[in-house]
Design a protein around this ligand. Sequence first.
Ligand SMILES: [Zn+2]
Length: 368
Amino acid sequence: MSPEPASRATLAYHELCLWHDTSAGAGPGEVDAWIEPGAPGEGPAARRRLKSLLDASGVTRRLGALTVEEAPRECLLAVHDGHYLEHVAAIARAGGGTVGHNAPIGRRGFEIAALAAGVVCAAVDSVCGPGPARAFALPRPAGHHASRDTGMGNCVFNNIAVAVEHARAHFDVARCAVVDWDVHHGNGTEAIFYEDGDVLTISLHQDDWYPRRSGSPAARGEGPGRLANLNVPLPAGCGDGAYLAALEELVVPALDRHRPELVIVACGLDASAMDPFGRMLVTAAGFRAMTAVLVGAAEAICGGRLIVALEGGYSPLYVPFCGLAAVEALAGVRTGVADPYAARYEGEFQALQPHQRSALNQLIDLLN
Ligand SMILES: [Zn+2]
């Protein structure tokens, strides 16, 4: 047998993240007087199946899994108010409930949310320390809607913001960039770093989707953070062509101007063609190509330091294949696993469409 090429990335994951209990309800699945009680809107299935595919395809073994611990309390406190941490702990002690708006937790909720932030911190320890320059982080719950003092939209702690503070506190990293391509606006991350000129926050999202009236291109940051926030709202129905054009024409030039020492992708997989909570058309091949663009940008700008950390993604059918494609592009490996939905979702309609071109042109005029 010929030896497998070495992986250029590691994997950060913790089993308990899949035990995150959302049965207190979130989103369209929450119990209502006029709907039969059923599964919550966010559950472990999509991520469980992604992890299973990483295992079954040999990717987990090739990448090597990092040791993950709860995020250090001082890193949580660098992002979140102390009274919010106490509130999350109290709700968990009481057996579970909701922290903020639509962010349910169970009785181990604090510990598991701290582990989710710890998953991304472990990726920081690896890429900023002795490991390969890239890492894939698979936390749950997601983080990008959580702000300093409240949870929101299935997010308890802002995992990536905590990881940014961890990198700045413990490594020779002053400037970071967060590229959020979750289909929903990364409002929590935007708010946390809105006045921080050292952290460039970029969000590509479906225009005026969730949260409503959030994610306008006019929001550019304030004070020292002025121009260090970039919102790229895209019309519903965008596929691979539109996302790639937005990355190449807006995101990469912004990264180039900011010169970060570490790039973290808030990799929501809910812009996929099969997601129940988004109306976009991105394919597994699209996520592979998008990740490759960021790999190239990180190589050119910051010595390749790149973390791709999962955010949303709710299709148990497609998240595994979209996630695997991103991991393969990140790690520079190919497993031979084919996307079983490619024939259905790849095609000419994936090319950048004229109305998407003009929306993008307007954004380029506005943002540059
Ligand atoms: Zn999302």
